[in-house]
Design a binder for this molecule. Structure first.
Ligand SMILES: Nc1ncnc2c1ncn2[C@@H]1O[C@H](COP(=O)(O)OP(=O)(O)O)[C@@H](O)[C@H]1O
Ligand SMILES: [Mg+2]
Length: 287
């Protein structure tokens, strides 16, 4: 079976900054993978490429394919990209909803990729589409808010609406860029629980960047770590060590383990994890 997400030798330079440096990753259908790394390590840039929003450097021979279809190659988005994008749901840290539109309408927007353009613009959604949107809102637990404006939702509810929109869209791959970064721990867990549920029950492939590493450890079996635009770890989350994470995050590492997070989750303090070699190539190979 084709990879859900395949990134090969991707490089992206902004001015003098090499945001991505020869990145290759392969995510199998049905996986839920965390993407971690300090601020500026390239997480958003990588996810935006995978979502088909950015073209890589033209000088490289990088390529991205989604479910076996080429989204971009050699720094050019393919003619197929629009069709491929409809199978990729995208959730950002914020600004996921159109604030003045109803939540239901925001979710119905998930249909636009699959509708003739004019009909989509006129918001002529069918009764069946509205029912499907309501089902999706139920699924993420915010059906009661369907008729409110997007701007009236809490941060966590907005993220859940964005996930519902991906469901309506029929996404088989969900890309989430720090979806819980602005949320309190309880809302963050709710959003991660929903992502986990879609992954397990619907087989949706999830690639989620997370600033707070505890969530990667708790929700994703596999973690990919970026540093300075390079993949420095790709393997089981449980093999990540505090030493590695401290090295990965440098000065930021004090924010990593939020006080009370584990207590709030009803879990014990994180145990010291088995040491792996620096930057862990062995663990990655064993995975
Ligand atoms: N549009 C852009 N223009 C210029 N530099 C950018 C742009 N987007 C990202 N960068 C740079 O690329 C690097 C990676 O950024 P980013 O992907 O946002 O990292 P992260 O999401 O891990 O914080 C950073 O040095 C950032 O400043
Ligand atoms: Mg980012």
């Amino acid at each position: 079976m084709a990879c859900a997400v395949s990134v090969e030798k991707l490089s992206k330079t902004f001015g003098g900054t090499r945001a991505l440096d020869n990145v290759s990753i392969a995510v199998e259908p049905g996986e839920m993978v965390a993407l971690i790394g300090a601020s500026g390590s390239g997480k958003s840039t990588l996810l935006r490429h995978i979502a088909g929003l950015v073209e890589a450097d033209k000088t490289g021979d990088g390529a991205i394919s989604i479910l076996g279809r080429t989204m971009q190659a050699n720094g050019r988005i393919t003619a197929d990209a629009r069709a491929i994008r409809s199978s990729v749901g995208v959730v950002f840290q914020q600004f996921n909803l159109v604030g003045r539109l109803k939540v239901l309408t925001n979710v119905l927007i998930g249909n636009l990729g699959n509708m003739p353009r004019l009909k989509g613009c006129l918001s002529l959604f069918t009764g069946e589409q509205k029912k499907a949107a309501m089902r999706a809102l139920h699924r993420v637990g915010i059906a009661q808010q369907a008729m409110q404006r997007g701007s009236t939702l809490s941060g966590g509810q907005q993220q859940r609406a964005a996930i519902a929109r991906s469901l309506v869209q029929g996404a088989r791959v969900l890309i989430a860029d720090e979806p819980i970064a602005s949320l309190d721990p309880s809302s963050a867990r709710k959003v991660m629980d929903i992502l986990g549920d879609l992954n397990r029950r619907d087989g949706i492939t999830v690639l989620v960047s997370l600033h707070q590493v505890e969530y990667a450890l708790n929700y994703c079996r596999r973690t990919i770590a970026l540093r300075n635009g390079q993949v420095v770890y790709d393997g089981p989350s449980e093999a990540l060590t505090p030493e590695f994470l401290g090295e990965l995050y440098g000065a930021e590492s004090e924010e990593l383990f939020l006080p009370g997070l584990d207590a709030a989750a009803g879990k014990a303090e994180p145990k010291p994890r088995r040491a792996v070699a620096s930057l862990a190539p062995a663990a990655a190979a064993a995975y």
